[in-house]
Ligand binder design. Structure first.
Ligand code: GLN
Length: 466
């Protein structure tokens, strides 16, 4: 643990960590030692991890990378944090991210941008940018992330590692500082699919304290062993197939994912990956997800609407920052919020409040919900009729330079095109590294999308490729 903390110190340039506390980490490390000496190691005993700062932790501050919560310490641990601790993992601290997880490049953090370990002038992706950078730089074996519209998959892709966003409702949201509650889902980021499995197993599971937590998944209890047993069964099928482990696996490639707007860098790497899958026995089928483009406006109505409601709790009374000088109550609240929130968060709150206004509600929010349903149906039709998994790019380009989209938030929003639909539908999806760009030699990620509760199968497909 000492050397891990020294390594974090030595890579301060990345700005991946927001909060380390040697005492807290060493205490957990001693417990891990004791468990090993007692001959009772748990699944993750001694494995060094760290948590995205939108997951609350009893010891470390939990800031959501916002000035609003700069000094906030939670009285309890998020369920995923306590479950990973119970599994023996040792947390090295809290990881930088976009403010309240709103962003795609880790550039909206109130505590400065994170740098991509592959290129210090490139973004690591976002919003779980600190998580991806810390894993890619070898500072931790794995990290937690959260994915509302791509925030696990996209930074994993841009940093050349792997990440999975589980089916909505399989991982508890208790203690996940809410951005858009109907979309937010936590998951692991690590190098390899098998590492993701080891983390996701303890993270997932029914939590009676989260009202959207599922008790059952496809009839099986949402509990220990659910994902592993499906993974093991898929691996066993692969092994039976010998040198063509994926024989018969139908891979749907949405034509809307490989057309206009995709950079040649990414297109080539994804194409090579698909060829590899074919050589492993899979068959490729062209499919259509006709509302792919509409996922952007639908998401950027629904997510800000929910955010404006969730973030109304930061009023200077209940949590965090309060303006120092003010006239009366209203003035206190508006000054507090102006000082505490950065520009991207304020933009989202404004949009969200607008689309929920009486008079605009039907035209924007209700319409977006209808589109959301159609997007979910499109995925279901693809899985019912054409394919077992869906593959395509995670992001249209490799990592951009830090500062590139600062003045143009819409450019960032458009780049979420391949990831948003999955969240709107609540499906599981992952990112695995599939090579490097040729124009800009930075990592490219392949996205693998599965039907509800198919985390185990997705990880097995990824394992075969890695
Ligand atoms: N880029 C998207 C957004 O800003 C997704 C973020 C996320 O998944 N947390 O909303």
């Amino acid at each position: 643990a000492h050397s891990a903390l020294e390594a974090i110190e030595a890579r301060k340039d990345l700005n991946a960590f927001l909060h380390v506390d040697a005492d807290l980490t060493l205490e957990q490390a001693r417990n891990a030692d004791a468990a090993i000496k007692a001959g009772k190691p748990a699944a993750l005993t001694g494995v060094p991890i760290a948590h995205k700062d939108v997951l609350v932790t009893k010891g470390w501050r939990s800031t959501a990378a916002s000035r609003m919560l700069a000094n906030y310490v939670s009285p309890f641990d998020a369920t995923v944090v306590s479950r990973l601790a119970d599994a023996g993992a040792v947390s090295l601290g809290k990881l930088n991210c976009d403010e309240f997880a709103m962003g795609s490049g880790n550039q909206t953090s109130a505590f400065g941008p994170v740098r991509n370990p592959w290129d210090p002038n490139a973004v690591p992706g976002g919003s779980s940018g600190g998580s991806a950078a810390a894993v890619a730089a070898g500072l931790v074996m794995a990290a937690t992330g959260t994915d509302t519209g791509g925030s696990i998959r996209q930074p994993a892709a841009l940093c050349g590692i792997s990440g999975i966003k589980p089916t909505y409702g399989t991982v508890s949201r208790l203690g996940l500082i809410a951005y858009a509650s109907s979309l937010d889902q936590a998951g692991p980021i690590a190098r390899h699919a098998r590492d993701l499995l080891e983390l996701l197993e303890p993270m997932a599971g029914f939590d009676p304290l989260d009202s959207t937590s599922l008790e059952f998944c496809d009839g099986a209890p949402n509990g220990p062993g659910r994902i592993r047993s499906r993974f093991d069964a898929a691996i066993a099928r692969q092994q039976k197939n010998g040198s063509r482990p994926l024989e018969g696996l139908r891979i749907g490639v949405p034509r809307e994912f490989v057309g206009e707007g995709l950079s040649p860098d990414v297109a080539q790497a994804v194409e090579n990956a698909l060829k590899t899958f074919e050589s492993l026995g899979a068959v490729r089928v062209e499919i259509s997800l006709p509302r792919t483009e509409l996922s952007i406006p639908a998401y950027y109505v629904i997510a800000p609407a929910e955010a404006s409601s969730n973030l109304s709790r930061y009023d200077g009374v209940r949590y965090g920052h309060r303006a120092e000088s003010y006239k009366e109550l209203d003035d206190m609240i508006s000054r507090t919020r102006f000082e505490g929130f950065g520009p991207e968060v304020r933009r989202r709150v404004l949009i969200g409040t607008y689309v929920l206004c009486h008079g605009y509600y039907d035209a924007y929010y209700l319409q977006a919900q209808r589109v959301r349903r159609m997007i979910a149906n499109d995925f279901q039709q693809a899985f019912a009729q054409h394919c077992d998994v869906i593959m395509g790019p995670v992001a249209p380009t490799v990592a951009k330079a830090i500062g590139d989209n600062r003045e143009d938030p819409i450019a960032d929003w458009l780049a979420d095109i391949y990831t948003l639909g999955v969240n709107l539908a609540g499906l599981p999806a992952m990112s695995v590294p599939c090579g490097f760009g040729t124009e800009r030699p930075l990592p490219v990620g392949l996205q693998i999308i599965g039907n509800y509760f198919a985390e185990g199968e997705l990880l097995a497909v990824a394992d075969c490729f890695q």
